[in-house]
Design a protein around this ligand. Structure first.
Ligand code: LLP
Length: 415
């Protein structure tokens, strides 16, 4: 029997899906605070070494209210752009709680972070040189490429040879020369091997390589192991969770024995994004059309790839629930259907040829595990309005945390 996530977790709290859409419009991003806090706690406590700190990689979801909750739960943050730094400062993060993981940035963008005392991780020799010119004598961070990659799709594997990221391990001498030339102190090194692993081994192995690099730099204050922790997107098929306890235990062991060997106590950090926010988010929408083209059944919704791009971009799977009169459709009678949105491209697909209950026009649809890389990758393509975002609080009541776009938003910026 399939597993119905929103029922198990009382995801919508005191509200019914139809009430939420009536009040806040369709489609709608819904976040559940209790689940968010739970995931933050799991990351914050993953490794048992003193001084361990997890950052939250806010590219996954940068809603201001979620950022505040993550901070309350003890997470620090990493940013990919001046815009993300701006949001983090607005959410109350202190500069020393932010790491700017920069990639191919301009001198102005680096200066933006330097002016705000935010540390910058440089991921090429030329960017490290640029940093040295802008901030001679400063504290530097370098992102290394440990040579091992992992991820759910080739587009999100961010270490190894087929990626633009990181400084190759063979270039350590050049890194040292640049540090010396600009009198920089290398206080941290980081890596990010890729996104969404469900088994800890590649991560643990990459941490060993990173620690081997760390041993070559005596001034280090921290080593940041990156993100990538996966979540089970196929809960309805009974997919197992990543074994965090086991992964945390193995990491703690590797790190402690390294620290004992080198007699040092540096701070260990990591940068998960997806794990923190994916499962606290569901995307609610409406079924507007059920039709056949030849034998092929299409379920047409108002959730285009401008709202959730992951299935179109990476062929990603998200579990789907349908609601009729606010009850989950649990019929054992299913049919293969392709669930699509309202954007003028054939690739505007949420789920392809999936066995699903017989949804009708007027039913509501819920896309599960949409909290990470959902809204943050949403756009106004086709001049569609990005949806509102709401938070189901610990008391079960809904609260608007970002309003839906308006036509005025579409006109903004024209001169
Ligand atoms: N640190 C760095 C330097 C990163 O580039 C990323 C993600 C993270 C941390 C967080 O990774 P996570 O823990 O979320 O896997 N849009 C894609 C995922 C792109 C990930 C990009 N980098 C998706 O929807 O699957």
């Amino acid at each position: 029997m399939a597993n119905f996530y929103t029922e198990q977790t009382n995801f919508y709290g005191n509200s019914k899906p139809s009430d939420l859409l009536r009040e806040f419009g369709s489609p709608l991003y819904v976040y559940n605070e209790a689940i968010l806090r739970q995931r933050c706690k799991e990351m914050a406590g993953l490794i048992k070494c003193p001084g361990f700190k997890s950052n939250y990689s806010i590219k996954a979801n940068s809603n201001l209210e979620l950022l505040k909750i993550a901070r309350e739960e003890g997470l620090h943050a990493d940013a990919m752009s001046p815009g993300e730094i701006h949001l983090l400062l607005a959410a109350g993060y202190k500069p020393e709680e932010i790491l700017f993981v920069a990639n191919n940035v301009s001198a102005e963008e680096m200066q933006f972070a330097i002016d705000r005392d935010v540390l910058i991780s440089c991921d090429s020799l030329s960017q490290l040189r640029l940093y040295g010119r802008l901030n001679p004598g400063g504290r530097a961070v370098v992102r290394f490429n440990p040579g091992v990659g992992a991820g759910h799709h080739e587009k999100v594997v961010t270490a190894g040879k087929n990626t633009k990221f990181g400084v190759n391990i063979e270039l350590i001498d050049e890194v040292k020369a640049i540090l010396q030339e600009y009198d920089l102190k290398l206080v941290g090194i980081n890596q990010h091997i890729g996104s969404l692993f469900m088994e800890g081994t590649p991560y643990v192995e990459s941490v060993k390589s990173l620690l081997a690099i760390a041993a070559k730099f005596p001034d280090l204050e921290f080593v940041d192991m990156g993100g990538g922790f996966g979540i089970p997107y196929r809960k309805q098929e009974g997919q197992e969770r990543l074994d965090l306890e086991e992964t945390g235990r193995r990491l703690t062991e590797v790190i402690e024995s390294w620290m004992d060997k080198y007699g040092t106590r540096i701070r260990i950090k990591m940068e998960p994004g997806r794990y923190v926010v994916a499962e606290c988010g569901a995307l609610l929408g409406t079924v507007h059309t059920v039709k056949y083209n030849g034998n092929k059944k299409y379920i047409g919704t108002d959730i285009g790839f401008n709202v959730l791009v992951r299935p179109a971009m990476y062929d990603s799977h998200h579990d789907i629930e349908f609601y009729r009169n606010d009850s989950i459709l649990k019929s054992d009678i299913t049919a293969a259907a392709t669930v699509v949105g309202n954007i003028c491209e054939t690739g505007d697909i949420l789920a392809k040829d999936r066995e699903l209950p017989e949804a009708c026009e007027g039913d509501l649809i819920g896309i599960m595990d949409a909290g990470a890389y959902g809204y943050s990758m949403a756009s106004n393509y086709n001049n569609r309005l990005r949806p509102a975002e709401i938070l189901i609080g610990l008391d079960g009541s809904p609260r608007l945390i970002r309003r839906r776009d308006t036509f005025d938003d579409l006109m903004r910026g024209f001169v």
